[in-house]
Ligand binder design. Structure first.
Ligand code: DAK
Length: 258
């Protein structure tokens, strides 16, 4: 792959968008490679994924404006679908995905970060949905996910004004969970991913599914989604191992995702 790298550290996978000359902007090739990369991840061995951008300046500076500028309405819709399919794949990926936002996260960059489970960033990060200034709407789920993450009023303000915000404001409004110096960002992301990876994968996956699917459901239905996933954990190896470890006062646990 030319624009997307995949590395592993133990049970943690690291996906790096590697197109620094264009500040990691998302063109069709990057989107296709991201799609193939997530498809190729072995979720039996990888228990948490970090998504980041190459270089110290930009996470993803948006969809590729050069490529988009020449699209017809039908091509624009197809480009939007290509992005949305990849972003939805990340959002529903069986294991948690942490966005380590190391600089600009504008337009499609903010949107891909929002399709991840958790966002942390460096103190030079900048977020925004500048699309209305380019004569388009956010097209990779920004109108939907931003409102769900930071609330309707704040999402509308950010989208209608096309104003970029810095890391401290992104933290204040809940768009990111924590802010680090650029040097501390990846170690922090790896530490968080490793902490997730040491828990029972079967349970972590069920939690992701319960939260995601429950958010789209009415509370009465959402509770049933949780009940069913809770029930599905019982008599698994990992439930027996986790509870036996507690009862035997044992720190080491051998979770197998089974
Ligand atoms: N696309 C293509 N190239 C980009 C780019 C982008 N989004 N962002 C930066 N680059 C390229 C620049 O053109 C430049 O290339 P060269 O000229 O060196 O060849 C190189 O990266 C370095 O950028 P700058 O020289 O501009 O660097 P600066 O530090 O001066 O400025 C910046 C950094 C991030 C402030 C600036 O580059 C900038 O404003 N970039 C554009 C940010 C932006 O507006 N992003 C949002 C794009 S809109 C849809 C589907 C998707 C979308 C919408 C609809 N449907 C089909 C419905 C998504 C839309 C977006 O993401």
């Amino acid at each position: 792959m030319g624009f997307v790298r995949f590395d592993t550290e133990g049970a943690v996978g690291i996906v790096t968008i590697d197109r620094p000359k264009a500040l990691n902007a998302l063109n069709s090739e990057v989107l296709a490679e991201l799609d193939a990369c997530f498809d190729s991840i072995d979720t039996n061995t990888i228990r948490a994924v970090i998504l980041t951008g190459e270089g110290d300046k930009s996470f993803v500076a948006g969809a590729d404006i050069g490529e988009m500028s020449k699209l017809s309405p039908a091509e624009g819709e197809a480009f939007g679908k290509k992005g949305n399919d990849v972003f939805r794949k990340i959002e529903t990926f069986p294991v948690p995905v942490i966005a380590a936002v190391n600089g600009f996260a504008l337009g499609g960059g903010c949107e891909i970060a929002m399709s991840c489970d958790i966002r942390i960033c460096s103190d030079n990060a900048m977020f925004g949905q500048p699309e209305v200034g380019l004569g388009i709407t956010p097209g990779f789920g920004g109108t939907q996910r931003l409102a769900r993450i930071v609330g309707v009023g704040m999402a509308k303000q950010l989208i209608y004004t096309a104003r970029n915000i810095k890391a401290d404001e992104a933290f204040r409004i809940g768009l990111v969970n924590a802010v680090y110096s650029p040097e501390e960002l990846m170690p922090a992301a790896k530490k968080m991913a490793a902490t997730i990876a040491q828990n029972a994968p079967i349970a972590v996956r069920a939690c992701k599914k319960a939260i995601n699917e429950g958010l789209d459901a009415k509370m009465d239905d959402a509770i049933v989604i949780e009940e069913k996933l809770f029930g599905s954990c019982f008599e698994t190896h990992d439930q027996i191992e986790g509870m036996n470890a507690f009862l035997e006062k044992r720190k080491e646990k051998n979770f197998t995702n089974s």
